[in-house]
Ligand binder design. Structure first.
Ligand SMILES: Nc1ncnc2c1ncn2[C@@H]1O[C@H](COP(=O)(O)OP(=O)(O)OP(=O)(O)O)[C@@H](O)[C@H]1O
Length: 639
């Protein structure tokens, strides 16, 4: 197990990056204001008037200030990945950070300071050339995920590409062009072609903002030049160099129309990435299901996130005071990523194993022909059962969340009922606004932009989260336009994004009119009692409904659990059957082989006997010929 390497890089303040920048967004940038970041070796902390702010100190593998070059970052974080990739280890490096923080600059670089991708490309060919005893086959591809669709950047007018999964290849993008390359120049030309096809757009934050996540991929295959024994292996490794799109606050980017739609997709997929990292950073037992399938990005990068790969993350950040909250979010993401471990292994295909594999395939193909594609059907069955199992797991989680919501709702209602009973007991006193004034303490979950309604009964509203303004959870995750939620996720307010997705389907039953909210002072006591009783009975009814629903959901959950376990059993049985069948076929093959060896041996013995007999016949023939010649001669000698 090996931890992911994580570094943070601050770009130069905007005024020095772009001398023309006069946008008010950056006017308070750098150390001009009260707060600033202080870098201390590999640590970083936020200072307020030169005093560290509690909870804002972080330590990473490296923290770079504005003066660092791409070459230095490459040397410290990526070179080892390249060496590993040439030796057969999968590797992934990606840049993560808010919009306009320097991700593309880090990955692509400039003429004077080439970025990680061009440096890596040259290094791969140089390193491969040093391994004089091996020969290499290198292929490259370049794709982008734009609005949650995959485009091939090396093919003009590419169609949206699907992701497939097979037992042989794992997760792969079907139909992606892979170009065989022989030198760095050829790769850089392909990169240029890809860059021209990539989606960029102008926002208030960045004149050339990446609107998609890009994945530049090199597949490196190598084998020993002179294979001397059957242990020689073919190594195949995949190197991903990823430039993520940046999280953005719509208020700052000013995005609308197409840009807004792009921004929503970008933020959503980054939230999912954050969620995957959060779950991976939890320790083993609590970890549970990792939702790689929630986005194309996490699915494609699955092996880089907690899997068979060496991974480095460069988190880019803006130094300006106005971006402190976003930078803090990035640092929180980075510190969780620091806890994720990968398990990289050399990807070797032993030549013997490859032979055996091919034979297995041939046998499978023959048996398919003979048995009406039996093994293919089994394989598909396994995949289908896996999918079914995954679906039922999701469904089970969803139901569990719904159940939890129902429980919470029931508790709220019970609480409310108790309150109403209490207020009935005190019907000689009117409810005062002051009694509820303290309720603001309950508003811990409100969004940063929420506003208090003046003089309202904040207690009842915030307790039941009736007011949309105070609801921390958006109705539909897809419409999360700015990164408030992303920030909350990073701050740990929301720890489980699945919960958010589940809430989108959940419809909370409408609350009855809050009859306690505004109480006319002159209302007679008996009228008030009647009104409270009505409210009470309606609440009781809701409580009953909620209990009934709770029971139904519990039953459904039980059923799903049973279904899940029977699917698991079926799956393991099918696996067992397939393995058994394969073993049988391999044995048959072995028997056929030994029969063939015996036959060869027979043929050899037969041909030896045949040639002996032939020799014998030849000498007999010679002798007979000599006798005949003698006879002929003696007949001539007679008178
Ligand atoms: N370290 C740096 N040195 C000099 N200029 C930089 C540096 N980092 C970023 N810049 C400049 O800042 C601007 C924004 O950078 P860049 O486009 O790389 O950001 P980004 O994070 O990729 O943004 P987005 O997510 O919107 O695509 C560019 O003009 C870039 O050249």
């Amino acid at each position: 197990m090996e931890k992911i390497s994580v570094a943070v890089r601050f770009r130069p303040p905007k005024s020095s990056v772009d001398a023309d920048a006069d946008s008010p967004s950056f006017s308070g940038g750098g150390a001009v204001g009260n707060r600033e970041w202080r870098i201390d070796d590999s640590g970083i902390s936020l200072l307020h008037r030169a005093v560290p702010v509690p909870g804002t100190s972080f330590v990473f593998d490296h923290v770079f200030n504005e003066s660092v070059t791409n070459a230095r970052i490459y040397g410290l974080l990526v070179r080892s990945l390249i060496r590993g990739a040439v030796d057969g280890f999968n590797g992934t490096a990606f840049a993560y950070g808010q919009t306009s923080s320097g991700k593309t600059f880090t990955m692509n670089g400039s003429g004077a300071d080439p970025g990680i991708i061009p440096l890596a490309v040259r290094d791969i060919f140089d390193t491969a050339a040093e391994a004089a005893d091996r020969e290499f086959l290198i292929r490259v591809s370049y794709m982008e995920i734009y609005n949650e669709e995959i485009n091939d950047l090396l093919t003009l007018g590419s169609e949206k590409l699907p992701i497939h999964e097979s037992l042989e290849r794992g997760v792969y993008v079907s139909g992606l062009r892979e170009e065989i390359v022989n030198n760095a120049e050829q790769v850089l030309q392909l990169l240029e072609l890809g860059e021209a096809n990539r989606h960029f757009g102008e926002t208030n934050m960045n004149v050339r903002s990446s609107r998609s996540h890009t994945i530049f991929r090199m597949v490196i295959e190598s084998s020993a030049k002179h294979q001397t024994n059957s242990e020689d292996a073919i190594r195949v490794s995949i190197l991903n160099l990823v430039d993520l799109a940046g999280s953005e606050r719509i208020a700052k980017t000013g995005a609308d129309g197409v840009r807004l739609k792009e921004g929503k997709h970008i933020n959503k997929s980054l939230m999912i990435l954050g969620n995957v990292i959060n779950k991976l950073s939890e320790n083993g037992k609590q970890r549970g299901h990792i939702p790689y399938r929630d986005s194309k990005l996490t699915r494609i990068l699955q092996s880089a996130l907690g899997g068979n790969a060496k991974t480095s993350i460069i988190c880019t950040a803006a130094p300006e005071e106005i971006h402190i909250e976003e930078t803090r979010g990035t640092l929180q993401f980075a510190s969780r990523a620091k806890c994720v471990s990968n398990c990289a292994q050399v990807n070797e295909i032993l030549t013997d194993a490859a032979l055996l594999k091919r034979q297995k395939l041939e046998i499978e193909e023959l048996s398919k022909k003979l048995q009406g594609s039996h093994s293919e059907v089994l394989e598909q069955l396994i995949l289908k059962q896996r999918n079914d199992m995954h679906k039922s797991e999701l469904e089970r989680d969803r139901l569990a969340m719904e159940l939890e919501e129902e429980r919470r709702l029931r508790e709220t209602l019970e609480h409310r009922l108790a309150e109403q009973k209490m207020s009935q007991n005190h019907n000689d006193t009117d409810i005062s606004v002051e009694q509820f004034a303290d309720s603001s303490q309950l508003d811990v979950l409100k969004t940063p932009d929420s506003k208090r309604t003046p003089d309202g009964f904040v207690a009842s509203r915030s307790r039941y989260l009736k007011d949309a303004e105070f609801s921390p959870i958006p109705e539909n995750l897809g419409s999360v336009a700015d990164e408030d939620l992303w920030m909350q996720l990073n701050k740990g307010c929301i720890t489980d994004l699945d919960m958010l997705e589940m809430t989108s389907d959940f419809k909370c039953p409408p609350f009855p009119e809050d009859t306690t909210a505004v109480v006319p002072l002159e209302e007679p006591i008996d009228v008030r009692c009647l009104r409270l009783e009505t409210a009470c009975s309606s609440d009781r009814q809701q409580l009953e409904d909620s209990k009934a629903r709770c029971t139904t959901l519990e039953k459904e959950l039980e059923l799903l659990k049973e279904e899940n376990s029977s699917l698991r059993q079926e799956l393991s049985k099918s696996k067992h059957d397939t393995d058994h069948e394969k073993e049988g076929l391999i044995k048959e093959l072995e028997t056929e082989r030994s029969k063939m060896e015996e036959l060869k041996q027979d043929i050899r013995l037969f041909s030896q006997a045949f040639s002996q007999r032939q020799g014998h016949l030849t000498s007999l023939h010679t002798k007979s010929k000599a006798i005949v010649e003698n006879c002929k001669a003696s007949r001539v000698a007679l008178p």
